[in-house]
Design a protein. Structure first.
Length: 268
């Protein structure tokens, strides 16, 4: 093998190693923290603090339901999300009287710690435990995962009882998305935080709604089609032909979610 080829191989290996080490900086993109208060967005929006099993404390925002018979929606936002962004986007889901919990992660919105798959799942479990202590039965909670948050919501819904699961622009796995974007690397095998939704969605015992944009260039719509097929008959799939990755609510997705929530409540 020529010295030039050896050099190329060495540089490729060095680049692959750097990408492996730095992958979480690419995967998790917390936005610059703006210290707004929940009441700045809505007077009855409250902050709660939950401590995970590893001792990391994370704050979340909670809007109580209109009464104890109404559902609560627990939102887990995407990789570049924040509590402020979630408030701007999702507060409308409470207009029908449903409760709303805007979930946060370690390393996001001013919370301590660094995000990892295990850490985000631990934060989600701690939040659901706290909600149970606050009097929210598991069977009255709908888990909502937005993009990266689909990995958190699907994992929790596969482990615990839930009233429903909503997935917005979800992926089959984070490893599959990484392989698509970094096709020149063995990214699928190098991905540490895999969020394997495809292997878990069949374990979800609640009704599921999946939303995806046909023009999504971040996570192709084929991911949602595979998830819906694996989920089976209890799954609704809504495809928006003109929507991309982060603009589904501009194309009517909020109305579809509100209809799904109201149907769940009517059945119950």
């Amino acid at each position: 093998m020529s010295s030039a080829l050896w050099t190329a191989v060495g540089l490729y290996a060095l680049f692959a190693g750097a990408m492996y080490v730095l992958q979480r900086r690419l995967m998790y993109v917390p936005q610059p923290y703006t210290a707004t208060r929940p009441e700045d967005h809505r007077p009855d929006l409250q902050e709660i603090v939950c401590t995970a099993d590893d001792g990391v404390a994370v704050h979340h925002w909670m809007l109580p339901a209109g009464d104890e018979t109404r559902l609560g929606v627990v939102v887990f936002h995407g990789n570049a999300g924040s509590l402020e962004g979630s408030a701007e986007k999702f507060l409308g889901l409470s207009d029908d009287g449903h409760g709303l919990v805007l979930g946060n992660y370690r390393g996001y919105s001013g919370a301590a710690g660094r995000p990892t798959e295990a850490g985000l799942i631990a934060d989600g479990r701690a939040l659901l435990d706290r909600l149970h202590e606050e009097g929210w039965p598991a069977g009255r909670l709908v888990l909502y995962g937005e993009s990266l948050g689909s990995g958190v919501a699907t994992r929790l819904a596969s482990e615990r009882k839930a009233a429903g699961l909503v997935l917005e622009a979800p992926f089959t796995s984070a490893a599959a998305v990484a392989q698509r974007h970094y096709w020149y690397l063995p990214a699928y095998w190098l991905t540490r935080d895999r969020f394997d939704n495809l292997s878990r969605i069949g374990e979800v015992g609640a009704p599921i709604l999946i939303l995806h944009g046909e023009r999504d260039r971040t996570v192709p719509v084929a991911h949602s089609r595979r998830l819906a097929e694996r989920a089976g008959d209890g799954c609704e799939l809504a495809i928006y032909p003109d929507a991309g990755h982060a603009d589904l609510y501009e194309h009517g997705a909020e109305q579809r979610v509100r209809g799904f929530l109201n149907r769940l409540e009517a059945v119950d």
